[in-house]
Each structure stands twice: as C-alpha cells, then as structure tokens.
Design a protein around this ligand. Structure first.
Ligand SMILES: [Mn+2]
Length: 343
C-alpha cells in the first residue's frame, strides 16, 4: 500500500530488527542510502543489517560502515521488517532472500519461507524510492520522484524518527546526494537536498572528503580508457551531433571490465552539440549506445527510433552492425531528428 512519510516513520518506530537492501549494480546513492537508513535505524536504537549479494564497489568502500554489509541474512537474526531503498525493479533487489520473495509470480507470505530466522509472515516490507515506478509491491511504499536521491528521503526521515545529524550518516547522505545530482548540478538538484547537505556539514560531515573519494581516486586504467575514448571524438558537419566510441572494453589485471561512468557525458559537453552519443560493443553482437541531450532535444524519443528509451536528457538504445556502421546510421538519424523536431 502507498504510504506517506509520517506513516513510514511510525512503522519504523514500531519495529526493532531490520534487513536493508538497495539495487544490484550499486551506484553511489544505492550504497549510501541503504547505509544511511541502516545508520538512522541504529541511531534510533534499532538493529539493522545491510544485505547485498554483490560486493560494495571499490569507489564507495570509503563510506563509514560499508565494511559491515553482509552477503546474506544470518540465520540467528530474526528481522521484523525489511526496507528496500532506491530500487524500482523487483528483480534488481541486491539481496537474494528479498529478491526471491518478490519474484513474479509472487507467492503469498505463507508460502515464501523464511528470511534469516523469521518467517516472511512476521516481516513487514517497506519500499522507499525516488524513481518513477509502477510497482507497488510491499506492505508500505513511499515514492517521491521529485526527491533528488534516495538519500534525500533518508534525510527527510531523520527529523520524523528523531535522529540528529552526525558525521557517519552525514558522510553517507552527502555521498548519495552528490552522486545522484551530478555534484549538485543536474536538474534534480533541489534546495531541499542542498539543505540536507548543509545540515550534514553542520553535523560534522566533511563534504570535500566525500568529493575526493568519489572523483579523485580514479584508477590509472580508467584514465587510459578515457583517453583512448576521447581520441575518437567526432562532430557532425552541422556541429550539432557528436559521437565517441570505445572499440573494445578494457579489462584490468583481474579480468574485470574497467567501467568509466563519465564517458557517456563527454560527447554532449562540447559547445554547440545538441545530441551526444557514446558507442561501444554490446556483448556478442551489435552496439550499445548512450544518448545525451544538451538542451531541448528529447533523446528519449530519439532513442525510441532504435527501439530504446530512457529520459528526455539521457537515454540508450542498441543498434545492429559494426560500430562504424552504427555510428553513421545514428549521426544521420540524429541530424534528421533535429531538423524535424527543433526549430
Ligand atoms: Mn538513486
């Protein structure tokens, strides 16, 4: 059932032992908001265990209490509530025990077995999110798509549950908000989220330490990948469409793909460019494309031409063929799209 924050705060206050998780393939807000809500619960005198199947990504391990994230719910822990935060898609929950509970088709709680040492029938489930979502699974669901980050929602709950800012939760929430607002620059940056950050700074959190961890600890491999991708930048004749490619995914010494999140944003960061695209191989066949808009071009609609989608200013799609073929096709289509939709 859909619930407001007063209701959520009341439920939280009435429970004692929580399992907390967020989404797979964690980003800064997913890690920070689940650690943040767990910290809030601890400060409120509750017990909380954060559970993730996946390891916390290296760049977020600086967060206080990141090392306490468990791989599974201990058998001797009997939760009376589960909180899933920042996760609009049920099969993307980063805790197997919770993901299976909500897998479709969903079984009634009586048939769902146990989580840790507690039967699911005794466990209240709470979803907190800032994504547009159609799903209202869970006993209590609070969604506000106007919240900058899931960490912003944790900030909103602090007052209501009676928890004051201190350095640990402060560091966590600043990380989440800084990540999801693109260092306080995206259109979702609100005075509310900045006010939460201000309160966290007053509570002893150090904003520059968070920024240093997030943005000044790139791996050498990631910087080299960025360099080789940047050297492929091209701009169309009209100057309105820019493309950049990565011919091969780079792998580090452990065989892990070197992911560079920022690459998608370079092509559109050139003056005069309206649509910027980043292309790379999509597994065995085809090309994966990230599309970004600098202004009024709706790239959600543009990506739809190729069967993709996303948001107005950030979208993605998959295109058949080689990277060079895809690049030509995409640039032509983008020029045509701009001609047709922009005055
Ligand atoms: Mn988020």
């Amino acid at each position: 059932m859909v619930a407001d924050l007063e209701r959520i705060a009341k439920i939280i206050k009435s429970k004692e032992r929580f399992v907390v998780s967020a989404h797979l393939n964690a980003d800064g807000d997913a890690v920070a908001s689940q650690l943040g809500i767990a910290r809030l619960l601890t400060l409120a005198g509750k017990r909380a265990i954060v559970v993730n199947d996946e390891d916390v990504p290296l760049q977020f391990r600086f967060l206080p209490e990141a090392d306490a994230v468990a791989k599974s719910v201990p058998k001797d822990f009997e939760p009376d509530a589960v909180i899933v935060i920042d996760t609009p898609v049920r099969d993307k929950i980063n805790a197997g025990a919770v993901r299976e509970r909500f897998a479709e088709p969903m079984k009634p709680a009586e048939e769902a077995g146990e989580i840790g040492g507690a039967p699911w029938t005794d466990v209240t489930t709470i979803f907190l999110d800032h994504h547009q979502r159609s799903d209202t699974i869970g006993d209590f669901v609070y969604v506000d798509a106007s919240a900058s980050a899931a960490s912003t929602i944790v900030g909103r709950l602090m007052d209501r549950v009676g928890v004051s800012p201190e350095p640990v939760i402060g560091t966590q929430l600043i990380c989440g908000i800084m990540s999801d607002t693109g260092r306080f620059s995206f259109a979702n940056t609100t005075s509310e989220s900045l006010n939460i950050v201000a309160k966290m700074i007053d509570g002893g959190a150090r904003i520059n330490d968070v920024a240093t961890e997030l943005f000044y600890k790139n791996s050498f491999e990631a910087m080299k990948v960025t360099g080789s991708a940047l050297s492929t930048l091209e701009i169309s004749k009209s100057g309105r469409v820019s493309t950049m490619v990565l011919h091969e995914e780079a792998v580090d010494e452990n065989g892990q793909t070197v992911e560079v999140e920022d690459l998608k944003n370079y092509p559109v960061s050139i003056r005069g460019v309206e649509i910027g695209m980043f292309l790379r191989p999509a597994g065995n066949t085809g090309v994966r494309v990230s599309v970004r808009s600098a202004g009024d071009a709706d790239v959600n609609k543009f990506a739809d031409i190729f069967g993709g989608g996303g948001h107005k200013k950030a979208a993605g799609c998959k295109v058949d063929g080689t990277i060079d073929e895809a690049r030509k096709k995409l640039v032509d289509a983008a020029e045509k799209y701009l001609d047709e939709t922009m005055s």
